[in-house]
Design a protein around this ligand. Structure first.
Ligand SMILES: Nc1ccn([C@@H]2O[C@H](COP(=O)(O)OP(=O)(O)OP(=O)(O)O)[C@@H](O)[C@H]2O)c(=O)n1
Ligand SMILES: C[C@](O)(CO)[C@H](O)COP(=O)(O)O
Length: 233
């Protein structure tokens, strides 16, 4: 029986957040860091057989994190997100057909319903993998180097990719090793291999904390959960 493994890349520096330390260690809720909130929410779902976090070799914060369940820490982060995921995958020593759910540490508002939809898809459909995503709702413009519009793009087939993105361990390892150009998500590497990847409905709240202003929405969502007495961490 193949396992479900959660792999959380958390080795970024958070350049765009400009807080002077990696954003995954920002205290998000009651002194719990973003990484703790993300991991503990995932642990609380009771879906994963293994939970692993990839941090950089010289990470000075991870030892202070308190997780509410078993978490493997791999100090093998790379210079890019893809390299961190590849290094983490290698360190996992997973079985080839284990399902690996890769989820950004910087997406703490992930919800169980979305994960269940992902699991249902890989268990019931003939796919090589699946990702959470949302349809684009704005009109899309393609511009030139001077920001002048060249054309309007048909948005009906455009989706915004989120995480988790789930693939089988060996297939993902091979895809990331073979990716010929830099990739910003796992699906991109798998697409290059011709994989069949399904887009599964995500949540508008599953935003990635990238810029300081993103924190406003994330904190508000997390506080709402707390007010409704739903588990936050
Ligand atoms: N070398 C890297 C870069 C990113 N990540 C992780 O990948 C996720 C998404 O990346 P992003 O939001 O781009 O994070 P950063 O790279 O930290 O941000 P920035 O690009 O602003 O520096 C985060 O959980 C981040 O920690 C990683 O594990 N290793
Ligand atoms: C993986 C990802 O979160 C999907 O939206 C995203 O591509 C990561 O973004 P990054 O800023 O390029 O790390």
């Amino acid at each position: 029986m193949s396992k479900k493994i959660l792999l959380i890349p958390a080795a970024g520096v958070g350049e765009r957040m400009k807080i002077g330390y990696p954003k995954q260690y920002y205290p998000l809720f009651e002194n719990r860091t973003m990484l703790e909130v993300t991991v503990n929410r995932m642990l609380g779902m009771s879906i994963f057989d293994r939970v692993a976090v990839v941090v950089s070799e010289n990470d000075a914060y991870i030892d202070r994190c308190r997780f509410e369940g078993a978490v493997e820490i791999h100090r093998c982060g790379g210079d890019t997100r893809a390299q961190s995921v590849l290094n983490g995958l290698t360190a996992l020593h997973a079985e080839p057909d284990d399902w690996v759910f890769v989820h950004d540490a910087a997406r703490p508002c992930i919800d169980k319903e979305s994960i269940v939809r992902l699991v249902d898809t890989i268990e019931s459909e003939a796919v090589d993998g699946a990702i959470l995503a949302l349809p684009v709702t704005d009109t899309l413009k393609w511009v030139n180097d001077d920001a002048m519009i060249e054309k309007t793009i048909d948005r009906s087939r455009c989706f915004r990719a989120q995480t988790p993105q789930v693939f089988q361990a060996q297939a993902l390892l091979t895809a990331l090793q073979n990716a010929i150009e830099p990739v910003t998500d796992e699906a991109s590497a798998m697409e290059m291999q011709g994989a069949r990847i399904k887009v599964v409905e995500g949540s508008a709240f599953n935003i990635k904390v990238t810029y300081p202003e993103d924190l406003k929405w994330v904190r508000s969502y997390i506080n709402q959960l707390s007010l409704r007495k739903e588990s936050v961490q």
